[in-house]
Design a binder for this molecule. Structure first.
Ligand SMILES: Cc1cc2nc3c(=O)[nH]c(=O)nc-3n(C[C@H](O)[C@H](O)[C@H](O)COP(=O)(O)OP(=O)(O)OC[C@H]3O[C@@H](n4cnc5c(N)ncnc54)[C@H](O)[C@@H]3O)c2cc1C
Length: 442
């Protein structure tokens, strides 16, 4: 594709639940970004298209990809700030900042995610119990909007649009560059400690107690059957106190390519969980780990996703309060007994922040489940959806592509209404639209 032109492409959501033909454009100059934006009625932004839900495309919208905008525009070591273009990937970003012993700690689990995608999804990393979401590191944004033109966004300038854009799933315009406040990082090496747990209650206690002193605290729990439900391991990662030299990460191209035949089923999950538990029991409770393994756990483990096959998977990520956690889990287990869902991943971490608009952020516990995408599991998940109201649960729009507008309306409530109202006030024509924004009628 010549960079100023558009082309047709078939795009899939990362979870493979949705695909469609779209018109795609990758401008490489700001003037071309303006031109392609002016030439289409409906637009949506797309980064590396690594969102589980179809957030960066729609049949009716031109998908604008700004991956060509990948420069570091300004760096102030003394002030610890950096301005980068939004097409830069996380690994490219870290290759620059870590050389100066600086970084942002709110990094989602894959290195080729773009800065623009990370900001628009208000991503979090494993240390969200301590560092919250990426919102906490953003100082300002340069946005291009088809009718409003170029806008500087920060707490001082266009504050409302700044707030709408972070976690605004690309609906406020194109994020062209972002200025971050950086944090010091002495070493890029980690020590990982692990401990076996026998129940989900034990895991919960661990993440709540330990995230006070260790930044990275999370769990791996079994959900392959009711007997094993909640058994597993809890982990803490510490950054080494001794300074280490950083030599840059080599980016190895890895592919997400689903297997023709799905490999995950009740039997294989049970076997893999059993072997993983055995290996964990036999290995040392403390070990040194490199930065990429800790921060980007799926890098090099892409087959975990490929094993779901062409029908893919559904991830459900939920925020729930400490107080309501146990009762919800009891009800979850009782439905589990009835429906016997096929779950490949079950994990907990602590989250801190304040819920607003569509942002997946709060002072709550974050529960993650990955399900094989089949009829039985979808039925089970719909039963779980009906519990959100009772337990004040917030589901993630970024992760769960299946969520209905009714579920989102009920769980996000006033915040969804406020997001929609402010967005429509800013952009009466609602130019930027994705498959998900259309489905949710945002
Ligand atoms: C293996 C894996 C692990 C992950 N781990 C985590 C995790 O730990 N924590 C977490 O929070 N998320 C995680 N994610 C989800 C991921 O961080 C988000 O979905 C992220 O938005 C993907 O970025 P992207 O560059 O692929 O953007 P896309 O998926 O292409 O787009 C995502 C959203 O951002 C918008 N967008 C993209 N670029 C721009 C731009 N320049 N201007 C305006 N809007 C834009 C799009 O419109 C869309 O709404 C993970 C994803 C994968 C595949």
């Amino acid at each position: 594709m010549s960079k100023q032109q558009t082309e047709k492409r078939r795009l899939f959501s990362f979870d493979k639940s949705f695909s469609t033909n779209v018109i795609f454009s990758q401008p490489d100059k700001y003037k071309l970004l303006e031109k392609v934006s002016y030439n289409s009625n409906n637009l949506i932004n797309i980064g590396s298209n690594l969102s589980y839900s179809p957030l960066g495309f729609s049949k009716e919208s031109l998908s604008i990809n700004i991956r060509s905008f990948d420069r570091i525009l300004h760096f102030d070591k003394k002030e610890k700030t950096i301005t980068v273009e939004a097409g830069l990937t996380l690994i490219e970003f870290l290759n620059f900042t870590l050389k100066h012993n600086l970084w942002i700690p709110q990094l989602p689990g894959y290195p080729t995610i773009t800065i623009g995608g990370a900001v628009a999804a208000n991503v979090h990393g494993k240390s969200c119990g301590k560092h919250g979401t990426i919102r906490k590191s953003i100082k300002s944004i340069l946005l291009f909007h088809k009718t409003h033109g170029w806008l500087n966004l920060s707490k001082e300038e266009n504050e409302e649009i700044f707030d709408l854009t972070i976690g605004g799933i690309g609906l406020t315009g194109t994020i062209v560059s972002v200025t971050f406040e950086l944090m010091e990082i002495k070493s890029s090496k980690f020590t990982t400690e692990k401990k076996e747990v026998n129940s989900i209650e034990e895991s919960k206690k661990f993440i709540l107690d330990e995230s006070k002193d260790a930044s990275y605290t999370y769990t791996w729990n079994r959900a392959d059957n009711l007997i094993n439900f909640g058994k597993g391991f809890v982990y803490k990662n510490y950054l080494d106190k001794n300074p280490s030299d950083f030599h840059g990460f080599k980016e190895v191209k890895r592919k997400f390519r689903p297997f023709i035949f799905p490999m995950w089923n009740k039997f294989s999950i049970n076997v893999v969980n059993f072997l993983y538990s055995k290996l964990n029991k036999l290995s040392k409770s403390e070990k040194n780990e490199n930065f990429l393994n800790v921060i980007f756990p799926f890098y090099g483990n892409e087959n975990y996703f490929n094993f779901f096959g062409k029908k893919g998977f559904i991830e459900s990520q939920l925020l729930i309060s400490e107080e309501k956690f146990e009762s919800f889990i009891e009800e979850f287990k009782s439905l589990f007994k009835q429906f016997e869902p096929t779950i490949t991943l079950f994990s907990l971490k602590n989250m801190n922040g304040k819920q607003k608009f569509l942002r997946f952020e709060d002072n709550k516990i974050c529960i993650t489940f990955d399900y094989v995408n089949n009829k039985e599991n979808l039925l089970f998940m719909s039963k779980i959806d009906s519990l959100y109201d009772k337990y004040d649960i917030i589901p993630s729009v970024i992760k769960d592509s299946r969520l209905s507008k009714e579920t989102i309306k009920k769980s996000y409530n006033e915040e969804l209404i406020s997001f929609k109202e402010k967005l429509c006030k800013f952009d009466g024509k609602r130019i930027y639209q994705s498959e998900i924004s259309n489905r949710l009628e945002i």
